[in-house]
Design a protein around this ligand. Sequence first.
Ligand SMILES: NC(=O)C1=CN([C@@H]2O[C@H](COP(=O)(O)OP(=O)(O)OC[C@H]3O[C@@H](n4cnc5c(N)ncnc54)[C@H](O)[C@@H]3O)[C@@H](O)[C@H]2O)C=CC1
Ligand SMILES: O=C(O)[C@H]1O[C@H](OP(=O)(O)OP(=O)(O)OC[C@H]2O[C@@H](n3ccc(=O)[nH]c3=O)[C@H](O)[C@@H]2O)[C@H](O)[C@@H](O)[C@@H]1O
Length: 428
Amino acid sequence: MNVCVIGAGYVGLTTAAVLSDLGHHVTCIDQDTDKIASLQNGSIPIFEPDLEDCVQKNKSRLRFTDDLSSGLSNTEIIIMAVGTPSLPDGSSNLSFLYKAMIDVMDHLASYKIIMIKSTVPPGTNAAILKFLKEKGYQPSLFDLVSNPEFLREGSALHDMKFPDRIVYGLAEENEDLLGKLNELYKGIEAPVIVTNYAGAELIKYASNAFLAAKISFINEVARVCELFGADVTHVAKGIGLDARIGHSFLQAGIGYGGSCFPKDLKALSFTAKDNGLQPLILDAVQSVNATQINVYFEKIKALFPALSSMKIAVLGISFKPNTDDIRESPAVAFIKKLHEYGCTVSAYDPKAALPKELSMVEQTETPYEAILNADLIVVATDWKQIIGLDWKQVRHIMKGKAVIDARNCLNPALIRNADLDYIGVGRL
Ligand SMILES: NC(=O)C1=CN([C@@H]2O[C@H](COP(=O)(O)OP(=O)(O)OC[C@H]3O[C@@H](n4cnc5c(N)ncnc54)[C@H](O)[C@@H]3O)[C@@H](O)[C@H]2O)C=CC1
Ligand SMILES: O=C(O)[C@H]1O[C@H](OP(=O)(O)OP(=O)(O)OC[C@H]2O[C@@H](n3ccc(=O)[nH]c3=O)[C@H](O)[C@@H]2O)[C@H](O)[C@@H](O)[C@@H]1O
């Protein structure tokens, strides 16, 4: 099929690459001309494992452009993957999506399927359909489908090729349309859920909210473990063995970050309140997450009264391993907090860079440079390159002995064997 993907970000690029790998002819369009120029030169503007290889392998079926009209010609399906970031009040900024929709509709000369893959609050697809009809666009020229995306950064290609489910939200039952959608994803084995627009939108939000809730739940349990001398990793393992609970998303630490959980929790909570419902659990999940860094910070302050005069090596900048994304990264928030407190901070990450606002903080090329003469180490992102450090070498070059495991990713025995002090929250 001929497919057009609008937005060449994490989701758009992955979608374009995977669909071309499935054999479709894909045009990926972005309004960011620098991004398109770089993609046209074969350079991928983000770090996502395997993405560069996939784009390279399928270059005969995959092209990049900033010219909407040329991109839309001959296309059967248009996939919207533009950003839907938070506005200051927590609601979703849908202006990129509306602008892209209008741009597309203005170029529509024949029937197309338009799929919204961007994460949008319940009610959005219906509102867009109504908006387009009121604007006078011919309803017979398009079908609008909600098709939320569930990939994770760091394993985006794998997640898109092997999804747990494919979700379609439709305006009404439509077998012909479903046939076309199934053709698009032919080659991907997954249960298909067909529902209405709001159902599809809510499957996406409820999934992210549930996963975030698991993280805040285990983080709160870690705080209780701390009071009673229990190890939260033992508790997580113990509860995870109950098949009804499961092991995933029970890794306690400094909290969730990224471009999605914080934004999506805020947006769902906002939408509920905007419609007269007080979302008690959603707000509690966010409240635990917002205070989780402080739990670590207060513990460090209590253990090291001279903290402000210390040199701290923070290992990890990205919001999770295997990505260079620092959007809402708890590691960045931690670095900022330590810097503002007066500490000398040295940061290291295998792929991510510190934001401009922290340009006064030193970022080193190697972890050992950051650690050199440090009084304290904070492991803020669970990269395998950080977990696998030579901890005896670390002990040799640092000034102090303390390692704060803010991701529960280290083996305490290994750290202690290197004559270092292992410190976590709710860890033995
Ligand atoms: N990043 C992730 O892991 C996931 C993100 N999502 C959702 O997917 C959507 C996109 O997210 P990301 O890819 O992370 O965003 P991103 O910020 O990486 O990329 C969005 C792209 O859209 C482009 N864009 C904006 N308006 C445009 C327009 N009118 N025409 C053409 N291009 C336009 C931007 O220039 C940018 O390159 C969001 O709604 C997000 O919530 C869903 C699942 C996973
Ligand atoms: O909507 C989205 O954008 C995506 O959001 C998340 O994916 P992502 O943000 O890439 O990363 P996750 O692996 O979910 O991690 C999110 C945050 O939670 C933290 N986390 C995760 C798991 C855990 O046990 N503990 C924990 O603190 C991570 O360190 C990270 O900061 C979801 O997992 C995806 O399914 C979804 O498509």
